[in-house]
Design a protein around this ligand. Sequence first.
Ligand code: XMP
Length: 518
Amino acid sequence: MSDLAHGILILDYGSQFTQLIARRVREARVYSEIHAPSLAIDTIRARRPKGIILSGGPNSVYDDDAPQLTAGLLDLGIPVLGLCYGMQLVARAAGARVEQAGAREYGRAEVEVRTTNGLFRGFAPGERTPVWMSHADHVTDLPGGFIHSGASANSPIAAFEAPGKGLYCVQFHPEVHHTLRGADIIRNFLFAVCGCSPEWTAGHFIEEQVRIIRERVGSRRVICGLSGGVDSSVAAALVHRAIGDQLTCIFVDHGLLREHERDQVERVFRANLGLDLRVLDASDLFLSRLDGVEDPEQKRTIIGHTFIDVFEQAAKDVGGDVRFLVQGTLYPDVIESVSPRGGPSVTIKTHHNVGGLRPNLPFELVEPLRELFKDEVRNVGRELGLPEEMVGRHPFPGPGLAIRILGAVSREDLAILRKADAIYLDEIRDAGLYDQIWQAFAVLLPVRAVGVMGDGRTYEKVVAVRAVTSVDGMTADWFPFPPEVIGRIANRIINEVSGVNRVVYDVSSKPPATIEWE
Ligand code: XMP
C-alpha cells in the first residue's frame, strides 16, 4: 500500500455523512481515504497520514456492539479530528465524562465559539455559528489540559480540543452544508492543524483510478454497460483511458429509453470517443418480462436481472475472457442501497444499480466512481475530455421510463410518455433553463381525468411534470418555473400528445418525497 503522507485517513463509524467528509476534504484539494474502524494500528502507522478524521455513527459509545476506538490511535502523534460519535470515542479514551442522553438531538443548533484558534481559526470571539447536530450521548466534563472550545444550548461541551495532544473534537457535523462554516472548520484542521497542502485534483483521481483498474484487470477483457447517462459515460471513458481496446461498451436498448436517445448515444460515443460500442436491441425481452407488472420494486428487479442476462450474452459475443463489468455507480446509489464497506451504517432503502443486480453475478464489478458525487463525476468527465452535451446531461435512471410510468408498462403508455417528456425538455432548453435544473422529466400517472375538447367530453390520462434543483441528488427542491414557461409546457403537452388532457406540476421536495415517482 502506498503511503498517505499528503492525505487524510477517515475512519467510518457508520455515519450517513462519511462520504460527505471525504468530499469536503477533496473540495479542499487534499487526498483522503475512508476505511473501516477495524483498520489495524500498524497499517495506520505505516501509511503515515497527515491527519485522521473519525466520523459520526448511529451508536451510543455504551452500546454492547458499539465500534471502539483503535487502541493506540491517539498516541501515534498524528492529529485527530473527532466528529459526533468520533468525539465521544476520543472523549472517553481521554478520560472525559460522556453521558447517555435520553433522546437524540437532531437538527439545527447554534454553537458559541469560545476560542479563535485550532478549528475555529478565523472565527470572531463569541461568534454564534449555525451547525447541524445529530447525536445521542454528550460530553459533560473534560479532563485537565483540555480546552472547552464551543458550547450549544443542549450540548454545553459542543467542541473541545487538546492542541498539545493533537486532538480536536466537535459534537456537530461540519461536513453537512447546514453547518454554515463547516468547510472553514475542516480546512482549519487540514491546513492549520495537519499542515496539508491543497494539491489534489480530479486529474490525480483519474491517475489513481487508471493505476487501480490496470492492476486489477491485467490483460483481460472488460465490458461496460453504457446507458448514455453521465455516470456510465464517465466510467466508460475512465476505463477506456486505463485499458483502451480491452474495453467493449454495450448499450442496451431496453425499450424504456427517451425519444432519440439511442441515436444520440451512438453519435457521441462512436464519433467523439472512438469507443468500441455495440448497440443491442433487447426491447422485446424487457417489455415482455415487464408485462402486467405493477410493483415498482419488482419492475426494478426484473430490469436489473434482465440487464445482466443481456450482458452475459453480450460478453459471450465479445469473446475472450470477459470477467469484468463496469458500472457507473455513484456514492448516493451506494449509501441509499447498502451499508458501505460492511460498516455499521443503517440501510435506508434498496435502490439503484447495486440493489437491482442478480445474485450470482457472472462478473466482477468495476465501479471507479463509487465514492464520488454527481458534480464531482462531471468534473472528472470534463477532465477526461467528454463533450459538455454529455457531462451536463440531467441524470436518467437505469430502469428508464419504467419507473416513470406508475403501474404496469405498456408500449402505448411509453409512446405517450416519450412524447410528453420530449416536449417538456424541449421547452426547458428553449427557455434557457436546462442548466439551472438538476433533473426534469415527465411522469405518466395511472389515473384518468375528465376534460373537454371542442364540444366533447374527454376522459384521458394525466401527466405530472417534475423539475428539481439539487447539489447531489440526496436532497432536492422543486424548481420555480416562470409561469409563462410552465403554461406553455402544459399547453403543448395537452395539445400535441393525444391521450393526455391534464398536466400537473409536482411541488414536493426531497425529503420527504423522492425525485422519481416510481
Ligand atoms: P430518488 O428518486 O431516490 O433519486 O430521489 C435520486 C437520483 O437517483 C436517480 N435514480 C436512479 N438512477 N438507477 C439509476 O441509475 C436507479 O434505479 C435509480 N433510481 C433513481 C434519480 O433519477 C435521481 O437522480
